[in-house]
Design a protein around this ligand. Sequence first.
Ligand code: KIV
Ligand code: NA
Length: 264
Amino acid sequence: MPDVTLTTLNKLKQNGEKITCLTAYDATFAKLVNEAGVEVILVGDSLGMVLQGHDSTLPVSVEDMAYHTRAVKRGNSSAFIMADLPFMSYATVEQALRSGAALMQAGAHMVKLEGAGWLAETIRTLANNGVPVCAHMGLTPQAVNLLGGYKVQGRLDAQAQAMLDDAKALEAAGASMLLLECVPSTLANAITQAVSVPVIGIGAGSGTDGQVLVIHDMLGLTRGHRQPRFVKNFMLDQQDVPAALRAYVDAVKRVEFPAAENEF
Ligand code: KIV
Ligand code: NA
């Protein structure tokens, strides 16, 4: 067991202390992120883009995710490790169980999957088998082809109401955490207040229980396209990587990041 558990994260939510999360894909970064005091390390399928150079997360396999989860586990000592179930690895409940087992045996403490109400049965079965689940809602990058691009989700009243209803349904199904990507802050706040499990946000404003960023983005390493407005480069005012990671933790804990300019 790591020092940080679901119990720790639930207490942070109850006490109104912000939860910090960053991605890491290898032992060196996992160690740095852990030492900076980040509670949750996300082994994100964003590794398909930032490590493998693909233009989406779709090519990432369960074996890729397990490989990077094993590396992160070796670098980490006290953080809670969440690993992404990649594209098409949870299309059926049986597949989800097999994929979830692979990531948990590689060292994850929780898996994350992308979707909405239709995942209730999958989440329930994983949880019944001892696999904590985070449900990633809003902009779900594995569905980029269906969504027609990386766009803010839940802007229309009907969409927003459906997302709120789905969030409650997934909590009832046994989700232990929610992650909201690129949704209007008002909707993110409503969901955060409506559920008792921690809600982590990216491009979802400062009202969620915690924040996550892709580490390459917040260290200013990402090239080739304009950064989305929810990204901040924490290296700009710092001398080295450990200081930038600490600046991120401090900014999230003090509710200085995300600022109004980072929200939708
Ligand atoms: O894969 C990833 O890095 C993610 C975050 C952007 C939330 O899912
Ligand atoms: Na992801």
